[in-house]
Write a protein that binds this ligand. Structure first.
Ligand SMILES: [Zn+2]
Ligand SMILES: [Zn+2]
Ligand SMILES: [Zn+2]
Length: 157
């Protein structure tokens, strides 16, 4: 009968001790991260940085394949690429590229600073700019992988 109380107490002590430890870790992360980077990749998405200690290599593959918001599959060849490199992929690498019309490629070339999903200008055109566009708040308006986030905010019908 006393077991729940004991474990609650241990939980309390654990949180009490653990919180300062987390702050301590956060402060040190600048110094700790480079060496930790060898251990952590197994548990974190290398694109969106989502961290989950339950991630296994297989689950990470699944995350990249199906749900990582930073990735998308090319609508022409189906290859999963980073949204930030999709323009370059279509312009230079896509295996269906030979089927693209000249107009499409010229248009693409002129719009390399725009998100290939929603056509909004991404600024700055850096990894930070892209992460901001794709991950911030409800995410990119046309990103199918973050559609569930926008649904929560949408007014009920
Ligand atoms: Zn991810
Ligand atoms: Zn492609
Ligand atoms: Zn977008």
């Amino acid at each position: 009968m006393a077991a729940p109380i004991v474990s609650a107490r241990i939980g309390g002590v654990f949180i009490f001790l653990f919180c300062p430890f987390l702050f301590f870790l956060e402060g040190l992360s600048t110094y700790l991260l480079p060496p930790l980077a060898f251990v952590l990749p197994l548990f974190a998405s290398q694109f969106c940085a989502r961290y989950d200690p339950n991630f296994t290599e297989d689950m990470l593959d699944m995350h990249y394949w199906k749900e990582c918001p930073m990735l998308t599959s090319c609508k022409f060849c189906g290859q999963v690429v980073e949204i930030m490199t999709l323009n370059v992929h279509m312009l230079e690498e896509c295996e269906k590229r030979s089927k693209f019309g000249k107009g499409f490629l010229t248009d693409l070339d002129a719009n390399m600073d725009k998100c290939p999903l929603c056509q909004v200008v991404v600024a700055p055109l850096t990894e930070t700019g892209w992460k901001e566009h794709v991950l911030k708040a409800k995410g990119c308006d046309k990103n199918p992988r973050t559609a569930h986030l926008r649904k929560q905010f949408a007014p009920a019908k």
